[in-house]
Design a protein around this ligand. Structure first.
Ligand code: WQD
Length: 351
């Protein structure tokens, strides 16, 4: 069974990918320092798959700590590198924190990929590398523009580091550019766990609907779009997760035509903020309490994917609709509330 190292495996996309790896016959091991996550999602993975996943609680910015994981697992055959800070707003205020964390960790992992001759490397990138595109939908050849944040720069620079490094070492690599990952596993046993007040739209919607947030603010409705609100390509986290397995299999079967290939992971459909809210209200039956507020600094007007390459080369198919994205996100939010009620219940005793 091929051992796959998943960095950031306790995180939102990492945890969903670990489930898909297990279901496709791989042996995932997790490395996560839990600075922005908790091992809670590993419990959900165990409930879904019956497999207990070992997490190495390691700071990937420490070469020695990173190297020790590879020394203990010299048979690692592939790496999916999710571990990174990803809060756009925070990165504007803390650029050095983002450049240090996101790039030092990547460089340490790649130094181990080189030393231990790991054959396959998949890098978690983002549509944010396109900046504010002149043309939409964006293809993998759409020129990248200046990033809108230090976070975006860490993805642009990260892609260059992976691309240049894998020209000179044993590994073959793939860069996966996610659009807007949303939703949760259909079992509602794992999902997104934003720390503090959510920046992203869908957790902000579900937390407003459940009463954790009093009112959702729509950041602007005066953009040059069909209803004035921004357009994004929302994609279910399970569709994103499955693309990682297909990318790994693509490399294992040596179908890649170059040492570093790029794929867009989006549905190809642009959805406005107000349309996303309407879809949520339809599937949840909840009338959402929101107001129109001012534009958010750094927001781009519209971006969505041309996903032809991933569909044709990886055999990737979109399984989840916008309604299912919203419904699974809502079911997960309801589950979180039930769990809180149970844990806060004075009669609840851990056995
Ligand atoms: C989507 C739209 C907001 C919250 C970012 C990163 C991207 C990826 C996903 C990491 C925008 C509007 C949001 C709210 C709102 N992250 N919105 N009210 O900014 O497109 O992408 O997160 O990989 O790299 O750039 O996602 O969900 O924050 O915003 O109106 O309370 O929803 O203005 O138009 P974004 P988002």
């Amino acid at each position: 069974m091929k051992k796959i190292l998943v960095t950031g495996g306790c995180g939102y996309i990492g945890a969903h990918t670990i489930i898909d790896l297990i279901e496709n016959g791989f042996e995932p091991i997790c490395v996560d320092n839990n600075s922005r996550s908790t091992p809670v999602l590993l419990e959900g993975i165990e409930k879904i798959t019956g497999k207990k996943i070992k997490n190495y609680k390691v700071d990937l910015c420490s070469f020695d700590e990173t190297h020790a994981v590879f020394q203990e697992n010299p048979d690692i055959e592939g790496i999916i590198h999710f571990a990174a800070y990803k809060a756009v707003g925070e990165s504007v205020h803390e650029p050095l924190l983002y450049f240090e964390n996101n790039l030092f960790s990547l460089i340490n992992i790649l130094k181990c990929v080189k030393e231990f001759k790991v054959p396959y490397f998949i890098f978690s990138s983002s549509c944010t590398v396109y900046g504010n595109p002149d043309e939409i939908p964006v293809t993998e050849n759409t020129p990248t523009k200046p990033a809108e944040s230090p976070y975006g720069y860490t993805k642009q620079i990260g892609e260059q580091i992976v691309s240049e490094t894998t020209k000179t070492i044993f590994a073959q690599s793939i860069l996966l550019r996610y659009f807007n990952p949303v939703g949760a596993h259909p079992t509602a046993l794992i999902g997104e766990m934003p720390l503090g007040k959510p920046e992203n739209l869908v957790p902000a919607i579900t937390q407003t609907a459940i009463g954790k947030i009093p009112q959702l603010k729509v950041h602007g409705n005066d953009y040059p779009t069909r209803d004035g609100s921004c357009v994004r390509d929302y994609i279910h986290v399970c569709d994103i997760a499955h693309a990682h397995i297909l990318a790994l299999q693509y490399l294992i079967k040596r179908k890649n035509k170059s040492r570093c290939e790029i794929f867009n992971l989006g549905t190809g459909n642009g959805v406005t903020v107000l349309e996303a809210i309407k879809a949520f209200e339809k599937v949840s039956g909840v009338k959402l309490n929101y107001i129109i507020g001012p534009r958010r600094q750094g927001d781009i007007v519209a971006v969505y994917a041309d996903n032809k390459l991933a569909r044709e080369q990886l055999g990737w198919e979109i399984e989840y609709s916008l309604d299912e994205m919203m419904l699974t996100a809502w079911k997960w939010e309801l589950k979180l509330k039930d769990d809180e009620a149970i844990h806060n219940n004075p009669n609840f005793k851990m056995n």
